[in-house]
Ligand binder design. Structure first.
Ligand SMILES: CC(=O)SCCNC(=O)CCNC(=O)[C@H](O)C(C)(C)COP(=O)(O)OP(=O)(O)OC[C@H]1O[C@@H](n2cnc3c(N)ncnc32)[C@H](O)[C@@H]1OP(=O)(O)O
Ligand SMILES: CC(C)C(=O)C(=O)O
Length: 559
């Protein structure tokens, strides 16, 4: 039964003098990838050695300096992968691998066997401390659970002494921290830290997991600030966070947690992990990047990241995934497209020092995304978007009044198919409706004579005999009058633009013309070697698109 009374609200932290809301993140935290452990343990098909190696290679390439590579005491494949990394010398000098173990002696012993001969490693031990786990899973009171943690920490320290050639660091997680009373979480961690004695120079990490995300991220931040303030040896310890995404705020919680005092963040690429996933390091890193902060991870080839993650996890990355999804730099809607086009032009013209483009929080090219995908056209699109596609993909720059003309044709096509109209289809529609020569209406030559301000013109058109003859105050007016006379219709030039497309002796000119023929509008865009020829051809092409002209052609050719 769907009944909210089955649940109760999370009890907030009593912290009235919190300072984290006034903090700003100004640098990247230390990162640790847990793709090969938490990410892997959540998969339908855990990664095989080849997939793990590919993931590890990518993580190193992206710049991770700490990578949790597995739970080697849990299974032979995890053990073998750790051995492979060590024996095949696959760990770069500046990268430290980390392994996870429960606080059980046999598992700790096996973990050290897996790590034998590694230059440097972090041994990560955990046990659950939450009220639910204490009561329902372990059946132990606070002291009982604390002794598991302390005993685990002791074994971790003692076994390390058996492998003195390795530079060891220790990490402890009070698993289910978010469901643990804060004073008790501090008490357990203080006891573990006392066992490890960081004051003697040993590196100690305390990792606070939102194993299950249970509250709004501000409450999580309160928990972190409380914890940091009350920990006995705070300055000797790296505080790490490991958030999950049950409420959809895994990244927000990690960010607020950093504001509240954390130094290090564990997460996975694109958020794979238990249930709704781990904190997504790509999202958090890109959030920093978009604020002008170096994330210290290289996300410049997002396609490669997606491809390796999809290959290794066998899970698809959603089209709307923050920063990475296929559609996140794409606008279909008209007003967004219009604003993006104007904003990009403005940005380029004014050479703005910082990226400020409407609807695009970053420049997609920074992460290897093509610009072409930014504007895509369907029935929700407007004239600005269609104009941008023609400009961007084909260099066709049209006067503003033409945007509406072409957009109407594209919209109609899209309404008919109910689907997206590709860039190529837009170009074909433009050519078909406005640009392509109409058979029988090619201007072969023209003669113009001006006497006393009157231009007399003779226009030789392929397929139209005899030549058109007319007069007016200019060449266009003369041609229009010639057409009116020949076909007995009234023609009005409603729009007219011409511009040089290239410079020099063989300059190419473009003309755009809209005519009203017997009250109906027809437009054409033509290019020719001089502006007069382009303009006269545009008048002929626009007229040729009217039924009057096509009727005439049928008569002339006997159809
Ligand atoms: C939040 C997290 O992601 S934590 C990481 C979770 N990841 C995994 O569990 C993946 C790998 N794990 C495994 O393959 C297995 O659990 C193993 C190999 C580690 C252990 O296997 P088993 O001992 O056969 O089974 P299992 O995990 O069910 O053991 C549970 C026992 O360990 C105890 N236990 C569980 N966690 C811990 C811990 N962190 N520290 C000490 N004891 C623990 C339980 O109380 C239980 O004890 P009981 O047998 O007296 O009831
Ligand atoms: C072992 C811990 C850090 C963990 O994975 C979790 O609590 O989610």
């Amino acid at each position: 039964m769907f009944d909210h009374r089955k649940y109760r609200a999370f009890t907030p932290v009593r912290l009235t003098d919190r300072t984290w809301p006034d903090q700003q993140i100004t640098q990247a935290p230390l990162w640790c990838s847990v793709d090969l452990r938490d990410g892997n343990q959540a998969l339908i098909n855990p990664m095989n050695v080849e997939q793990k190696t590919r993931m590890f290679t990518l993580l190193v390439k992206l710049g991770f300096k700490e990578i949790e590579v597995g739970f080697p005491s849990a299974s032979q494949p995890d053990f073998d992968f750790v051995r492979k990394l060590i024996e095949e010398n696959l760990i770069p000098d500046d990268v430290t691998i980390q392994i996870l173990t429960q606080a059980r002696e046999d598992l700790i012993a096996r973990s050290y066997e897996a790590l034998k001969d590694v230059k440097r490693a972090i041994v990560h031990v955990y046990n659950s401390t939450s009220t639910v786990q204490r009561e329902q899973v372990f059946g132990l009171d606070r002291d009982g659970i604390k002794s598991i943690a302390v005993q685990g920490a002791r074994w971790v320290r003692e076994y390390a002494t058996r492998y003195p050639q390795t530079d060891w660091a220790f990490q402890y997680s009070p698993e289910s921290f978010t469901g643990t009373e804060l004073d008790y979480a501090v008490e357990v961690c203080d006891a573990v830290i006392a066992e490890w004695q960081p004051e003697q120079g040993r590196r100690v990490i305390i990792n606070l997991p939102a194993t299950v995300e249970m509250s709004t991220p501000n409450v999580f931040a309160d928990q972190i600030e409380y914890f940091c303030r009350h920990l006995a040896q705070r300055d000797q310890v790296i505080i790490s966070l490991h958030t999950h995404n049950d409420r959809g705020c895994g990244v927000a919680a990690a960010e607020l947690g950093v504001m509240a005092g954390a130094d290090r963040i564990e997460g996975t690429l694109l958020g794979n992990g238990e249930r709704t996933g781990n904190m997504d390091i790509v999202t958090m890193g890109m959030n920093l990047y978009s604020q002008g902060i170096d994330p210290k991870l290289d996300f410049s080839n997002i396609k490669e990241i997606i491809s390796v993650v999809e290959y290794c996890t066998e899970l698809p990355v959603a089209a709307r995934h923050p920063w990475a999804g296929e559609l996140v730099y794409t606008a279909f809607s008209g007003s967004h497209q219009d604003a993006i086009r104007k904003s990009i032009n403005y940005h380029e013209q004014h050479q703005l020092p910082h990226w400020e483009v409407a609807y695009l929080p970053i420049d997609p090219r920074d992460i290897g995304r093509e610009y072409e995908a930014v504007v895509r056209i369907n029935s929700q699109s407007g004239k600005g978007g269609v104009a941008l596609v023609l400009e961007r993909d084909y260099g066709v720059e049209l006067p503003k009044w033409m945007h509406g003309e072409i957009s109407r044709v594209v919209q109609k096509a899209s309404e008919q198919t109910g689907a997206e109209i590709t860039s190529l289809q837009i170009k074909s529609l433009f050519d078909e409706h406005f640009h392509a020569a109409v058979p029988g209406w090619t201007l072969l030559g023209y003669d113009l004579h001006t006497t006393q301000g009157i231009v007399k013109g003779s226009f030789n058109v392929d397929g139209q005999q005899p030549a058109f003859e007319g007069q007016g105050s200019g060449a266009v007016e003369a041609l229009v009058q010639a057409l009116e006379k020949r076909f007995g219709v009234s023609i009005e030039v409603t729009q007219f633009d011409e511009r040089a497309l290239t410079q020099g002796t063989h300059a190419l000119a473009q003309a755009c013309v809209a005519l009203k023929v017997s009250g109906h509008s027809y437009a054409a865009v033509t290019s020719a070697e001089d502006t007069s020829a382009a303009t006269l051809q545009a008048v002929l092409s626009a007229f040729a698109r009217s039924p009057v002209a096509s009727g005439c052609l049928k008569q002339a050719s006997g159809i």
